[in-house]
Design a protein around this ligand. Structure first.
Ligand code: MG
Length: 254
């Protein structure tokens, strides 16, 4: 099932994608299930929004594809290397990524995003995927120069607009198959199977939930493959994952 969050006639709501239409839901399905309002709206008449609103946090994993760790001279860590992005960094499909004046180099990082569906604490890896509501696409936008000079990553990865999510959440996605691709102005920059992750999604959730209580709507960004690079104002970044669609965002300067 494909779940969208969208605005239509200035109302914001959720819907199930059914061919060219959306079946409108009565509330946030992560909290109140799948009751419908009985209304259907054409997909072409809505504006898609970020499909999840992390109530508490976005947890991201650094260096989770070996070739990406190596492109900056690092090794892939033995345990997942976690960091947080603020929920204020989230934008939706087609929203502009705003390059801040404090940074001279802003990079794209295409990533698979898991959306948590239940309160989760100390879940073992073999049950961790039962706690996922569904999957979407993320872009862990990074001010690469500030990541180096700050010494830790909060500001470099936490600017407003630095977490595009979308276009929809797929509830039946298998995170161990499929391929991720990133295109910059149509040119392929990143391309890797999701099976190249050093720590698979289930292991990341188990590891993270041993530290933090995960809440419905929290988002886990699962790391980026090799090929990250900078973009500038006027560029368009597309992240595509087979089965999840394409997350497209233009860039502009502040
Ligand atoms: Mg990343």
């Amino acid at each position: 099932m494909k779940i969208a969050r969208f605005s239509h006639n200035s109302a914001i709501t959720y819907g199930i994608v059914d061919g060219p239409e959306l079946v409108v839901l009565a509330g946030d399905p992560m909290y109140v299930g799948y009751d419908t309002t009985g209304e259907r709206v054409p997909l072409g008449e809505v504006t898609l929004l970020a499909p999840a609103i992390p109530r508490s946090k976005i947890i991201a994993v650094g260096r989770n594809y070996r070739a990406h760790a190596e492109e900056f001279g690092n090794e892939a860590p033995e345990e997942p290397l976690l960091f947080l992005k603020p929920n204020t960094s989230v934008i939706g499909p087609d929203d502009a990524i705003v390059r801040p004046p404090q940074s001279q180099r802003t990079d794209f990082e295409g990533e698979l995003a898991a959306v948590i569906g239940k309160v989760t604490k100390n879940v073992p890896a073999d049950r961790a995927l039962d706690h996922v509501f569904g999957y979407t696409i993320g872009n862990d936008v990074t001010a690469r120069d500030l990541q180096r000079t700050d010494g830790q990553w909060s500001r470099a990865k936490g600017f407003d607009t630095f977490c595009p999510l979308g276009p929809i959440i797929e509830t039946e996605f298998d995170p161990t198959v499929g391929e991720l691709q990133v295109r910059l102005n149509g040119e392929t920059k990143q391309k890797a199977p999701l099976s190249d992750m050093v720590h698979p999604v289930a292991d990341i959730i188990a590891f993270a939930s041993a530290a933090f209580t995960l809440l419905p709507g929290d988002v886990i960004l699962t790391g980026t493959p090799a090929g990250v690079g900078p973009f500038v104002s006027g560029d368009v970044v597309e992240v595509e994952i087979s089965g999840l669609g394409i997350l497209r965002n233009p860039a502009r300067d502040a």
